[in-house]
Design a protein around this ligand. Sequence first.
Ligand code: C2E
Ligand code: MG
Ligand code: MG
Ligand code: MG
Length: 285
Amino acid sequence: RAKSAGGNRFELADPEADARAITRHGLTTALPAALERGEFFIEYQPLVHLGDGSVRGAEALVRWLHPQHGILGPDRFIPLAEHTGLIVPLGRWVLEQSVRQAREWRELHDDSGPLRINVNLSPCQLTHPGLVQDTVDILERTGVAPDALCLEVTESALIGADDDLLKPLRRLAEMGVDIALDDFGTGYSNLANLRRLPVSILKLDRSFTQSMQQFPADPVDLKIVEGIVSLAHSLSLAVTVEGVETGAQAEQLRILGCDTAQGWYYARPGPPDRLHELALVDATG
Ligand code: C2E
Ligand code: MG
Ligand code: MG
Ligand code: MG
């Protein structure tokens, strides 16, 4: 089979592209039933304090155990769920599960301080009118304090955000929920714009961490991270770094004043019991 590409050119059909398109279509139509059947699950990756190495909480990362395709990462299906609107009920499910999990950890760790839970929000959830009420309901049902929850929103979702978009985030921030700016440094946001956003945490994108691979790292990258950290701290924002894979990176980022870190160096995302064990080991020395 050949497809006409216009003019005199002919292109062979790309069977892999066709397969991908079929899979995309198949995955998209399977999403609602997957949510009903309970095919989604959440892995938790620890957030570690760079100063003393203690586990302070975890980020919830959703996965799909697909009956034919096995475990699919969020990059495979979150964009499809955003496209169809299923992200709203799926995101609500992730939030509820994660907050329940945080309460369970709290019961197991009452002396070592509450473990915080970070949950990713997609831009579609931000514009959905139920966001604030759903969050309030979930916190009330579970009895988890708002300040144990952090919602992560990507920098790109808030670029050029008007007041209507920021209003629900402001409400949540006033209640004590932390808002983190995820993948910070990959977008094009005006740094002065940060003042306007109801954000209390910057999550520096993995690309910065990657440039800390060598020790000492590239002096220009060091200056950039140093600048971001000092700006963040002067605005009373905490800085979390993503994608820490080596001890050298952790050490460099600690010296630069970053507050919290996340990455394979500490732990890969895993089941909730794993997080509990890591936090426990940590609390008992
Ligand atoms: P993110 O929020 O920036 O999450 C961090 C991603 O980096 C995760 O990928 C995590 O597994 C990965 N990661 C962590 N440590 C390391 C490391 O040391 N090295 C490397 N190379 N990677 C590391 P994952 O789980 O595939 O998630 C990808 C993205 O999907 C997330 O990026 C987030 O934007 C989105 N996502 C995940 N769960 C949800 C969710 O429940 N709702 C929404 N809306 N988006 C989600
Ligand atoms: Mg995130
Ligand atoms: Mg991130
Ligand atoms: Mg990222």
